[in-house]
Write a protein of this length. Structure first.
Length: 317
């Protein structure tokens, strides 16, 4: 029988953290789930741990592959998931004990294709260092539900059939921003999102995590133009219309391209063309989201944007 929820967990060299993640799934008080574990070429004991849990419970499905990055691992999960719903879980994080029961009851009571929920941020000592609460929003428009905040892929449940209909996948070769790209694409195509006032996900903030890696800014400078191009191409191909929630996020994506490449100068070749092409395509599709002065300047001449940023930096000293 098809499980209700597929949890997709990309695994790479996290043997010290993985058991806590998988134990949190085993503790769930419903049985209607599967966990897709993708061992992405780990060189520690992570792959062995995956196999051990699969031997204990056949709801754990393990796939071993050569290292290709988190996007390729998540894509293996998407291609092999059988559940009606998808939840992306990072292997050093864990889910609340009653998370799947709450989500199951929410699904039964609501006609929805996306469920947002809250998250706790926890440091390695176990202290809660931040929280993201979500309001209970059940009968509002799509705009009202998703305009207020951004959602990382770990704290929303998405419809597998909807993702499959649009052949939604993570873009390979992108190391920073791949989750944001996937998120924006999914939010463009979902129709009936809701939000519940429960915090169901625990996110570990650790020193060795990807977002704290010193290469992250360099990756952002290199990858943000690809993310922008991919988003614009998706909009054009699927005839997506401009909307109040999407406009500021596209504007923010333009800014991320410019600001990251202002800080890191080694990836600027071809940057002006990427910005102008994106601008031209969005204008032709009726978008006005890049009305921000800084974005307009950078699209016209990225050198002017860099100059203005340098002047602002000098003034602030």
């Amino acid at each position: 029988m098809r499980p209700l929820i597929s949890l997709i967990i990309p695994v790479y060299n996290v043997s010290a953290y993985l058991p806590k993640c998988l134990d949190s799934i085993l503790r769930q008080n419903i049985d209607d789930w599967e966990a897709i574990l993708i061992n992405d070429g780990s060189v520690d004991n992570s792959g062995k741990i995956c196999d051990e849990y699969a031997a204990k419970d056949d709801r754990f499905k393990v796939f071993h592959k050569a290292n290709g990055g988190v996007s390729s691992a998540r894509n293996v999960g998407l291609e092999n998931a059988c559940g009606e719903w998808i939840w992306f879980v990072d292997p050093d994080d864990w889910i609340a004990d009653n998370a799947l029961m709450i989500l199951s009851e929410t699904i039964k009571k609501n006609d929805c294709d996306t469920i947002f929920f809250g998250i706790d941020y926890i440091d390695e000592s176990g202290a809660v260092i931040g929280i993201e609460n979500r309001d209970l929003i059940l009968n509002k428009t799509k705009e009202e539900t998703i305009t207020a905040a951004d959602y990382p892929p770990q704290n929303y449940l998405l419809s597998r059939s909807l993702a499959e209909f649009f052949k939604l996948r993570f873009s390979n070769g992108i190391h920073t921003g791949e989750d944001l790209e996937f998120q924006y694409k999914y939010l463009m195509i979902c129709n009936r999102p809701i939000s519940i006032d429960s915090r169901l996900y625990n996110c570990l903030r650790r020193d060795g995590s990807a977002m704290r890696n010193p290469r992250t800014l360099d990756n952002m400078a290199q990858d943000s133009p690809k993310v922008l191009k991919n988003l614009v191409d998706f909009i054009i191909y699927n005839n997506i219309k401009e909307s109040p929630w999407l406009a500021p996020r596209l504007n923010r994506t333009f800014k991320a391209v410019m600001s990251s490449n202002y800080v890191v100068a080694s990836h600027r070749t071809g940057l002006q063309k990427v910005l102008r092409d994106a601008n031209r395509k969005l204008k032709a599709a009726g978008f006005t989201c890049y009305s921000d002065t800084a974005v307009k300047t950078g699209v016209t001449d990225i050198r002017l944007y860099f100059l203005f940023q340098s002047i602002r930096k000098l003034i602030k000293r």
